[in-house]
Design a protein around this ligand. Structure first.
Ligand code: UDP
Ligand code: MG
Length: 320
C-alpha cells in the first residue's frame, strides 16, 4: 500500500535532484506517509541519470525510468502516471521551484476533502515578466474555453486521485491542460490551492517563447480532440451534412429555376453552365468526404486502445 506517488519529470537537472530528494523524504517521514518517488529521466544529456541511480541505490522508494531520448514533459508525466501505485499522485518539477512542503495539504485535499484534481496556483510567481504576462493571457483563454475556474493551469505542482491519472493519456505538450483532459474524461471535482513558488536555483528553463505558440495550438487540439474523440462522427458528420444539404438546396433551386423558365417559355441557361452549379457540386462532394472522414475516425477509435510506445532505456526499483 502506497499513499503517495510523487512523479517528477527530469530533463537535465542534475544539480537539483539530491536536494529535492532529501526534502521530499523529510516531508514524507515527518508525516509517516508511505510513498514512492518516480523520477522520469526525459533523455537528459547531463549527469541526471547518474544522480537518479545514486538516489535509487540509497533509497528503495526512489524509482527511476529513463527514456532513450527527449520526448517532452507530457510524455515523462504520462510514463510516471502509468507506473504510479499510490492512492494520491503528486507531480512536481525537478528544479526546486515547487515546494515539497505542500505535499501533506495536497494529500488531505484529495483524501479527506474528496477532490479529484488539485492544481497548484503560483500566486506569487518567481519568473521573469516575459513569462508571467503571456501566461496570464493563456490562463484567461483556457478558463474561457474550458469553463474551469483555475488561475494557473500550467503549474507543475498538482495532485490527483489515482483513478484520474490511470484514465488519461498525455502526449505532445498536453501537460499544460491536464485539468481540461481530466474534466472531459469525467473527473469534475477540480480545484486549486495557492502554492509557494521559488526562483530556479540551478540550471535554466527548458521552455522558450515558442511555448506560447505551441501552447495555443495545443489548446485548440486538446479542446477538439477531447470533445470529439469519442464521437468524431458527431463533428465531421454535422459538417458533412451541412455541406451536403447546402449543395442539395442549390441544386434544387437551379432545377426549379430551369423548370419555371421552360414552363414560361423563357430562355434559361443550362444548369451546368451556371457558376452556382459548381458551388453545389463542390458542396455535395465535400459533404460526402466529411462524412467518410467521420466514419473512418469512428472505425479507428473503436480499434485503438491506450498504447505506450516510448523507448525505455533503463528502469530502477520497480517491482515485477
Ligand atoms: N522537463 C522535461 N522534459 C522537457 C522539458 C522539461 O521533463 O523536455 C521538465 C524539467 O526538467 C522540469 C519541468 O519539466 O522538471 C519544468 O521545466 P522548466 O522548469 O524548464 O519549466 P518552467 O518552470 O520554466 O516553466
Ligand atoms: Mg521551472
Amino acid at each position: 500500500m502506497i499513499q503517495i506517488s510523487v512523479v517528477i519529470p527530469v530533463y537535465n537537472e542534475e544539480e537539483s535532484l539530491a536536494e529535492l530528494h532529501n526534502w521530499i523524504v523529510r516531508v514524507m517521514e515527518g508525516h509517516a506517509f508511505s510513498y514512492e518517488i518516480i523520477l522520469v529521466d526525459d533523455g537528459s544529456n547531463d549527469g541526471s541519470w547518474r544522480q537518479i541511480e545514486k538516489l535509487a541505490d540509497l533509497n528503495p522508494y526512489v524509482k527511476g525510468v529513463r527514456f532513450g531520448r527527449n520526448y517532452g514533459k507530457s510524455a515523462a508525466l504520462d510514463m510516471g502516471f502509468s507506473k504510479a501505485e499510490g492512492d494520491v499522485v503528486i507531480t512536481m518539477d525537478s528544479d526546486l521551484q515547487d515546494s515539497p512542503d505542500e505535499i501533506p495539504e495536497l494529500y488531505d485535499m484529495i483524501v479527506k476533502e474528496g477532490w479529484e484534481v488539485v492544481s497548484g496556483w503560483k500566486k506569487k510567481r518567481h519568473d521573469p515578466i516575459s513569462k508571467t504576462l503571456p501566461s496570464k493571457f493563456f490562463n484567461g483563454i483556457t478558463r474561457m474555453i474550458s469553463g474551469i475556474k483555475l488561475h494557473d493551469f500550467n503549474c507543475g505542482l498538482k495532485a490527483y486521485d489515482k483513478k484520474v491519472v490511470k484514465n488519461i493519456h498525455l502526449y505532445g505538450e498536453m501537460h499544460r491542460y491536464i485539468p481540461l483532459i481530466a474534466k472531459w474524461s469525467g473527473f469534475t471535482r477540480i480545484t486549486e490551492k495557492v502554492v509557494e513558488h521559488r526562483p530556479r536555483k540551478y540550471g535554466k528553463t527548458k521552455f522558450g517563447l515558442e511555448r506560447f505558440l505551441y501552447g495555443f495550438l495545443d489548446l485548440i487540439s486538446v479542446s477538439f480532440v477531447n470533445r470529439y474523440k469519442k464521437r468524431p462522427m458527431h463533428f465531421f458528420g454535422t459538417l458533412g451534412t451541412l455541406s451536403f444539404l447546402s449543395g442539395f438546396v442549390i441544386t434544387v433551386w437551379l432545377i426549379s429555376e430551369k423548370i419555371y423558365g421552360l414552363s414560361r417559355g423563357l430562355k434559361v441557361r443550362d444548369i451546368t453552365a451556371q457558376p452556382l452549379f459548381f458551388l453545389a457540386l463542390v458542396a455535395l462532394i465535400v459533404g460526402v468526404q466529411l462524412f467518410l472522414t467521420g466514419f473512418l475516425a469512428e472505425m479507428m477509435i473503436s480499434n485503438t486502445s491506450r498504447k505506450l510506445d516510448y523507448n525505455i532505456d533503463k528502469e530502477l526499483n520497480f517491482r515485477g
